[in-house]
Write a protein that binds this ligand. Structure first.
Ligand code: COA
Length: 398
């Protein structure tokens, strides 16, 4: 030992002795981290993810087809015949919002997964009807769940009807890579606050409903279990054929002053929301129903086949298909194309209408709660919607 070292120990021996427990604890923590990292790295190539918990929530307020008769020229027969919808749920003003519905669904999924809200280390929130233009719903949900203290990340996904498929696919990647242990994936919508309840808007307003569904995604190291394959696609060619354009930051780029009107006296701004948009009722979603229909019945079966092929299965292997609840006729088309029988396809649009990003997690939770699939069953979910965007997820239920 050098003279310098001997002098150092002599002078600081007392302090070193005091610091010894702390040093030992630090070494122990470092060893624990190294061991975990080693195990994690070792397992990483085998990692996947699965849905550990599910929950859904719909508002109590039931709106029947007949309830629209006082606002627009429509009939119960037309709505049922063209869409299959009998009723839907509407949120209560001043009381409920997309985030409050999401929080109720999330609490149920958290309980079903047997975890605490504070265990959530990432939030993915899919919606087209956010509470605010910004910030996103993810942070509002974090606050609503009382877990701001965790400072977990929150991501908003804006992929409309295929929002939940996209959100789940992202969660699958984050989970499988070992990045997060408990990801809360939510699809939630409150459409009822922003629809056109006149005859002009009847083709859209009768279809949509409010609700929320949630899932807790966890990593899994069991091969062939949980999420087996995902696919996500888009084609922006027909972006405006199913869209909610105003208010917006497009600055009239896709139209002109004639269409949107500008506050010309202003040097900057004044195009986000103009008086002309309000006067001409250009502040509602619009939809080319037939075009959407044609693409949906083609792309949803394609997406299902893509994930089945990736995982080496065929349609007859499916225990349950959960199609996005856009229209009962679309679901029937998909079922027919893939030659699935009635017991292989779950629909609940009759009760809830089209709840966009919430439709798949609501239907998945209902089917699961009804015991329509269980551990070991092959379950597929698919969606198509605005964008156009579409995709599918195939799971071996754990
Ligand atoms: N009540 C009564 N009549 C209505 C109506 C309503 N709520 N909405 C539209 N109509 C009328 C139309 O004005 C039209 O009248 P016209 O013939 O006098 O012009 C007639 O019904 C037929 O309209 P059309 O749009 O051709 O009907 P459709 O058979 O295509 O059904 C949809 C309309 C919207 C139900 C159907 O196209 C659809 O479901 N498309 C897919 C939409 C979808 O899934 N969107 C969600 C995104 S994933």
């Amino acid at each position: 030992m050098s003279l310098w070292m001997a002098n150092f120990i002599k002078m600081n021996g007392e302090y070193l002795l005091k610091a010894l427990p702390f040093l030992l604890k630090s070494v122990k923590i470092l060893l624990y981290m190294a061991k975990n990292h080693f195990l994690w790295e070792n397992n990483r190539s085998n990692m996947g993810s699965f849905i550990k918990g599910l929950g859904f929530y719909v508002p109590e307020n039931v709106v029947k087809n007949e309830d629209f008769l006082k606002y627009m020229d429509t009939t119960d027969e037309w709505i049922q015949e063209r869409t299959g919808i009998k009723e839907r749920r509407y949120a209560t003003r001043h009381k409920e919002s997309t985030v409050s519905l999401a929080a109720e669904a999330a609490k149920k999924a958290i309980a079903d997964a047997g975890i605490q809200a504070s265990d959530i280390d990432f939030i993915i929130f899919a919606t087209l009807s956010p509470d605010y233009f910004f910030p996103g719903c993810g942070v509002l949900l974090q606050r609503e769940l009382g877990i701001t203290g965790t400072e977990c990340g929150a991501l908003d996904v804006r992929n409309q009807c295929s929002g939940f498929i996209y959100a789940l696919s992202v969660a699958h990647q984050f989970s499988s890579s070992g990045m997060y242990r408990n990801i809360l994936v939510v699809g939630a919508e409150v459409h009822s606050m922003g629809l056109d309840y006149t005859t002009r808007g009847r083709n859209v307003s009768v279809i949509f409903g409010d609700g929320a569904g949630a899932a807790i995604v966890q990593p899994s190291s069991e091969a062939g279990q949980g999420i087996l394959a995902t696919c996500m696609h888009s084609n922006g060619t027909h972006a405006e054929e199913l869209a909610f354009i105003n208010p917006g930051c497009h600055g009239g780029r896709y139209g002109d002053i004639e269409k949107y009107g500008y506050l010309d006296e202003k040097e900057y701004g004044g195009t986000f929301l103009t008086q002309k948009m309000l006067d001409d009722a250009l502040i509602y979603p619009n939809m080319n129903g037939q075009l959407v229909f044609k693409h949906a019945v083609q792309k949803m079966p394609e997406a299902i086949m893509e994930v089945l092929n990736k995982a080496g299965y065929k349609p007859s292997d499916l225990k349950m298909l959960i199609p996005h609840q856009a229209n009962l006729r679309i679901a029937a088309f998909v079922q027919h194309t893939l030659r699935l029988n009635d017991s292989q396809v779950y629909n609940n649009i009759q009760k809830y209408g089209n709840t966009t990003a919430a439709s798949i997690p609501i239907a998945l939770t209902e089917a699961y709660q009804q015991g329509l699939f269980s551990s070991g069953d092959l379950v597929c979910m698919t969606a198509f919607g605005s964008g156009f965007t579409w995709g599918a997820v195939l799971m071996r239920w754990v």
